[in-house]
Design a protein around this ligand. Sequence first.
Ligand code: BYC
Length: 465
Amino acid sequence: MDEQIPNNVDLATDRKLQRALEQWQPDFLRWWMQMGPDGFQARQVYLRTAVGVDADGWAHFGYVRMPEYRWGIFLARPEPGRRIGFGDFLGEPSWEDVPGEHRNALRRLIVTQGDTEPASVEQQRLLGHSCPSLYDLRNLFQVNVEEGRHLWAMVYLLHRFFGRDGREEAEELLARRSGDQDRPRILGAFNQPIDDWLSFFMFTMFADRDGKYQLLALAESGFDPLARTARFMLTEEAHHMFVGETGVLRVVQRTAELMRQGDVRAQGGIDLPTIQKYLNLWYSLSLDLFGSEISSNAASSFGSGLKGRPHEEKFQDHRALEASYLLQVCDGGVVGRREVPLRSALNELLRDAYVEECQRAVDRWNKALGDAGTALRLELPSRRFHRSQGTFAAARFDPRGRPVEDAEWRARGGEWLPSAQDRAYVRSLQAAPVVQPGRMANWLAPPARGIDGRPLDFAYVRAEA
Ligand code: BYC
């Protein structure tokens, strides 16, 4: 534990790698101070730190100042004799090193994954100033430091396995900026502003859940260091999705309570139509994160054993060469069906599983609405709605999936996606942070329980430095 970079990859025995990472570390810290949580770097935050990958190592709780967080490199324990579980190299021993012919494709996957981590920290950097409670403030910072650790995880792979161009990519990961005109982050959703807490909850619900599915697919990789890294990242990812799903749930619960008493906005709550618009936005942006319905990239990543299907062992045909997949496509604005080889449809297959899981969360939110006696419900919009990637990006669809002309889209966009006024309203509720222990902003319900068995009025972030 006294190493400069906590790790379970025997860093001390690889001096060259250790030096390269120790050189990157101050750049990371500079980036963190500049682009990480604004205004709270000197505060003591009750955080969970991973100090190892075993049950007693990955969840150490204690007060930490964020810049002193021990960002470490942890890979899940190796499975002795592991073999590649899918694709053209099925049954061959998994790779401890990068196979030359797959080097570029693998680097691209790692860089794309790595890029999302600092991007999300940048997107969320101002949220501390408008927090609805200390409990939520702490959860925000927990998510942020873990995204920082996930960046470390990808940078380790780049430095360890990709030589000079890996080191250059690691520098680039700190140089791109979310939303920047000239040097944007790679994927669309990670360039969108997250400047209110409803967006934060929707993002951790929907975008982090894409992260879960992508990591499940990478956890199957024939490149064993990537598989083991992804497996350990998934343990942390679960908390992020919890923050998102229960965050939205608490907003919904409070809204339902206020609905019983009259007009929700008049009482300083977030009305259900506004929640639905935020849901429409972040769900559709997150659907884009799976890439095109028909993708030769996905087919070749699978064929070459780099990126599999979640829980590959549940499938029968691990080569996926015989089967086909019937998917919806949009041709010249007309929606139809097309049968494609399964390998080309793997992005859509992953998206299917994701959509199902999102639906289960929406069902739980709707149960809360039903329990509170309201007949109104939230719903996932059609997959065709508001897409920028894939077959549906070429046309406009309403949330039900009905094609609409540009004029209708312009006229009714404000009914389907948050308008400038909606955003201004939500931000107006969050003008001042709620920082007294145990207090909650008026627009959301308290959580069911505290963190790590602590009470709700625990000082999750200490007032003094
Ligand atoms: N925005 O064949 P296509 C997470 C590009 S989230 C912009 O359709 P492919 C997290 C694509 O890059 C998980 N561009 O898709 C969550 C390609 O460009 P190039 C992150 C996009 O390659 C919250 C072109 O379109 N992990 O961890 O099959 C907080 C055609 O590509 C987008 C990963 O993504 C988009 N939405 O699949 C913190 C896993 N979608 O190469 C963290 C690694 C596609 O022609 N990445 N494009 O210039 C991948 O597996 C794949 O790159 C993708 C795309 C699934 C993203």
